[in-house]
Design a protein around this ligand. Structure first.
Ligand SMILES: Nc1ccn([C@@H]2O[C@H](COP(=O)(O)O)[C@@H](O)[C@H]2O)c(=O)n1
Ligand SMILES: O=P(O)(O)OC[C@H](O)CO
Length: 316
């Protein structure tokens, strides 16, 4: 007999989730705002996540929401550290889908990272989609498509990002939100945007999903809704992405990372937004990972430790 959950129904499929491992073999530290960060412990959180996912036996795949290694990782250790974390993920008895975050790009070029993490790529971009079952599609966005990190300085995408940052953020430290108001505080160098080609691709993917009567789950390192995240962590053009998503009824939930404390909201169109709590900020012996049970009419995140459980119900 298959798995039956608390709702008395068998999920259509289930998958593991973890975000912001930001491993580095360096002593504990703090974020700019003083929040403790446990760089060596975070890989143990991932290790326990993989053990738990394997023990459940009903997860078909896992999704890593980015920032696999921290920016403070000594640069001569970047490659080995990414390989070390990637091989922990490989201990999972199923496929693992990765996305890139700002800290990945502080460490390694897209050229090195994407093949290492087996991220399907087109011209160095890291967006892709897949259908675990015919009725559902996961769409993974590259939130650093337009970014001042990760592309060579003279790359058109890097130059466009610098133009946006100069226009929107007058501070000499482009990671500083000082003086920026409300939602404008997202125009920071450690964030990024989705470029025109990717927006077109997203529109096409959602049209195609609609035609096939598929429901869609969006995954992006950067959060897409101000209700689920501080302004400082949002995707630069979250509004353009959401305008496309809201053209269709197929998107039921958007998941993200980057905002380490996590968040949850339901937007004006009934789309659920869940930002996942970071593995990096778990004090020793505590955890932040989970798995998601997907049904026709709900998506249930079952969290462990600091990752809160969230039941997301929608019209099927
Ligand atoms: N409120 C803030 C937050 C960050 N910064 C700058 O960003 C850098 C990275 O921040 P972390 O939280 O990841 O440590 C930080 O070194 C600051 O330059 C800021 O100015 N104001
Ligand atoms: O993961 P970091 O160091 O880029 O920090 C991101 C911030 O938490 C966003 O507010």
């Amino acid at each position: 007999m298959g798995l039956i959950t608390a709702q008395g129904k068998q999920p259509l499929f289930s998958f593991g989730v973890v975000s912001d491992v930001q491993y580095a073999d360096i002593p504990d530290g703090r974020s700019f705002l003083g929040v403790p960060r446990y760089y060596r412990h975070s890989i143990l959180v991932l290790e326990r996540a993989v053990q738990r996912w394997n023990s459940l036996q009903h997860l078909s795949f896992a999704v890593n929401f980015g920032d696999i290694v921290d920016g403070f990782c000594p640069k001569d250790q970047s490659l080995d550290s990414v390989k070390k974390v990637a091989s922990k993920f490989e201990e999972f008895n199923g496929s693992v889908y990765h996305m890139i975050g700002n800290h990945c790009l502080y460490n390694l070029s897209r050229e090195t990272l994407l093949p290492l993490l087996k991220i399907p790529s087109n011209d160095g971009c890291a967006y892709y989609d897949f259908s675990p079952i015919p009725g559902y599609r996961l769409v993974v966005l590259d939130g650093y498509d337009i970014s001042a990190i990760g592309w060579p300085e003279d790359h058109p995408k890097s130059m466009e990002a610098m133009r946006i940052l100069k226009e929107k953020n007058p501070n000499s430290d482009k990671n500083s939100p000082v003086g920026l108001e409300d939602l404008e505080r997202r125009f920071l160098m450690f964030n990024g945007g989705v470029g025109k080609e990717q927006l077109k691709w997203l529109d096409h993917a959602l049209q195609n999903a609609t035609d096939k009567k598929q429901k869609v789950i969006i995954c992006c390192h950067l959060p897409l809704d101000p209700g689920a995240s501080s302004s400082e962590a949002l995707l630069w053009n979250y509004n353009e992405v959401m305008d496309i998503i809201h053209k269709y009824k197929c998107v039921k939930a958007c998941f993200g990372g980057h905002e380490h404390k996590g968040g949850y909201s339901i937007d004006s169109h009934g789309v659920h937004h869940r930002v996942l709590e970071a593995a990096l900020e778990c004090p020793p012996y505590s955890d932040a990972f989970g798995y998601i049970d997907v049904y026709d009419d709900r998506i249930s995140l079952v969290g462990t430790g600091r990752m809160k459980s969230t039941d997301m119900v929608f019209d099927s």
